[in-house]
Write a protein that binds this ligand. Structure first.
Ligand code: NAD
Length: 544
């Protein structure tokens, strides 16, 4: 019951703190890091009202300091997936019927807790657990996650207000119901904000959720869960489980009450999910919503009119921040011959100044990649590029060392073949490949950029010439869901640059925009007649 139309106006983006020497935020963060490093965490799964410790403990260690143990999490099995589904379905009715302002305020309170009481801690868990440096963690784990929570409340408020017109004697209204059943949220390692957003955006709309995070993000995921509980999220609305992805998928995708998947991760995994859902079509109560944001092979294209320093900065930041482990990271660059020598010289000089090491030393720009599997995969691309017959040159970097942590130097490869493997495949590491083209062949290069990879997530044009900008914007219309002009291709901000791509990069349902919210709702239209007809015969049936 609510006696008012409770509307949440457009918020502003959470201000980014700068962690300058002597700042309060820096002191708090250092203290939080010290505290977390001096204790061992024991992380349960959260199912319904229970904290479940199975005794099957898996270690949590910083990717940059393998010898340090941060704690353990308790791995579950198929029985926990079933238990989580049962807990979610039990919580469903009460949650779906809770008034909007009481639902919304839980997430707004969680945003405030993140912005204040837990800001240092959510940063510290991201620094230690995912090897993200301070500013990258601030942009992700605090600002973006806070923004997701606040903006999504506003967007849902907007949606709820949207009502159809009514003709005389009639009242029409639309009710924005949650989906029937449960939603599965499967989240990646690389963004704490995405991990928090995928389950909460569904729950906010009245859905109940099974949340399966990446094992390498559990250190920050468990804190998000505890914050949501502290903010008042009722038991069973979001159930956090640590179970092998394939096992989770197998049970959820065969379940009659499966209502939707909210996924972010690699294209291969999403393809297997889509297929499993397809194989079960006909077994579901409703057609499930399939939302997935997946891989990228993101480009920076420079025109002969490009400002060299703008290009070099876009490449240095776009390719190497968070070790290139962003779906949006620049990983292929097309440079016109007239500026190639200067760009390469300046870029190599910039990369030489990048310090690599632990995230606890704030002077490090580069930290470790997430785990051994990623390390080995990235190293393999580099090893192949080093082979004499590879036809490519390594301009800088190329050293990999996993003795202390999973460290890979920022690496720049130059190729004369625009279809060389590192120009086409997602590497998800600090590896950038350059291709120099004839400055007079801009239009030919546009075709190459568009057709090189199956992905279409982000891309950038660096140019001063307005005709070149317009041409690239038009010719590359379907090559990227997020297109940048004279900027790096990373760093989308909630409410400002709705994020997502099509083709092999996902369903393009734009996290951080109103479009995403619609996927978690199922409308019911209600028409009420004030003067209902009482005779079936229409006037045209009478001749006179
Ligand atoms: P991943 O695909 O390996 O894992 C993502 C999630 O899926 C994890 O929770 C994982 O445990 C789970 N999973 C793995 N196999 C599964 C299976 N068979 N069934 C069900 N779940 C399964 O991805 P990752 O390494 O965590 O993240 C990196 C990938 O995510 C990159 O490809 C990157 O481009 C992509 N990504 C995309 C976006 C975007 O918005 N487009 C954002 C971030 C990351």
């Amino acid at each position: 019951m609510q006696f008012g139309d409770f509307y949440y106006p457009l918020p502003t983006n959470e201000p980014v703190l700068n962690y300058a020497p002597g700042s309060k935020e820096k002191l708090l963060l250092k203290a939080s890091l010290k505290e977390l490093k001096s204790s061992k965490i024991d992380v349960p799964m959260y199912i319904g009202s229970e904290e479940i410790r199975t005794g099957k403990k898996l270690e949590i260690r910083p990717p940059h300091e393998r010898k340090h143990l941060l704690g353990h999490f308790h791995e579950g099995d198929a029985s926990h997936v079933k238990k989580a589904i049962a807990a979610a379905l039990k919580a469903k009715d009460k949650w779906a019927n809770l008034s909007w302002e009481n639902r919304a305020n839980i997430f707004l309170k969680a945003a405030d807790l993140l912005a204040t009481k837990y800001r240092a801690q959510i940063l510290a868990t991201t620094l230690l657990g995912q090897s993200k440096n301070v500013i990258q963690a601030e942009l992700d784990a605090s600002c973006e996650l806070i923004d997701f929570l606040r903006f999504n409340v506003h967007y849902l408020s907007e949606i709820y207000r949207g009502q159809p017109i009514s003709s005389p004697g009639v009242n029409n209204r639309v009710e924005y119901r949650p989906l029937e059943g449960f939603v599965l949220a499967v989240t990646p390692f690389n963004f704490t904000a995405i991990a928090g957003n995928l389950p909460t955006v569904c729950a906010m709309a009245g859905n109940v959720v099974i949340w399966k995070p990446s094992y390498t993000q559990i250190y920050s995921a468990q804190l998000i869960m505890r914050i949501l509980k502290e903010a008042g999220l009722p038991d069973g609305v979001i159930n956090l489980i640590y179970v092998d992805g394939a096992v989770v998928g197998d049970i959820c995708f065969k379940h009659n009450d499966f209502a939707g998947i909210h996924f972010t991760g690699s294209t291969g995994v999403f393809n297997t999910m889509w297929k499993a859902i397809g194989d079960n079509t006909g077994n579901y109560r409703s057609y499930p919503r399939i939302v997935g944001e997946t891989g990228g092979k993101d480009f920076i294209l420079a025109h002969s009119s490009a400002d060299v320093d703008v290009l070099v900065t876009a490449l240095a930041r776009g390719a190497f921040e968070f070790q290139g482990q962003k779906c949006s990271a620049a990983s292929r660059c097309y440079i016109p011959s007239n500026i190639a020598a200067e760009v390469k010289k300046k870029l190599v000089a910039a990369v030489k100044t990048m310090k690599m090491g632990s995230t606890e030393d704030f002077t490090n720009f580069i930290n470790a990649v997430i785990d051994e599997r990623s390390f080995d995969k990235i190293e393999n691309y580099i090893k192949n590029a080093k082979k004499k017959d590879s036809g490519v040159k390594i301009l800088i970097g190329g050293n990999c060392d996993k003795t202390e942590g999973f460290f890979i130097e920022p690496t720049i490869i130059e190729t004369t073949d625009p279809m060389y493997v590192t120009m086409c495949q997602e590497i998800f590491g600090p590896v950038l490949t350059l291709y120099v083209y004839d400055e007079n062949k801009f239009e030919e290069v546009l075709k190459i950029v568009d057709t090189t990879s199956p992905y279409a997530l982000t891309g950038a044009i660096i140019a001063q010439d307005r005709y070149a900008i317009e041409l690239a914007t038009n010719k590359l219309r379907n090559s990227a869901g997020n297109f940048y002009v004279n900027d790096k291709c990373t760093g989308a901000v909630v409410g400002q640059q709705p994020f997502g791509g099509a083709r092999g990069s996902g369903t393009n349902d734009k996290a951080g925009s109103i479009l995403n919210l619609y996927r978690w709702l199922s409308c019911r239209t209600i028409k009420e007649m004030f003067t209902s007809p009482i005779d079936y015969r229409y006037p045209f049936l009478q001749e006179k």
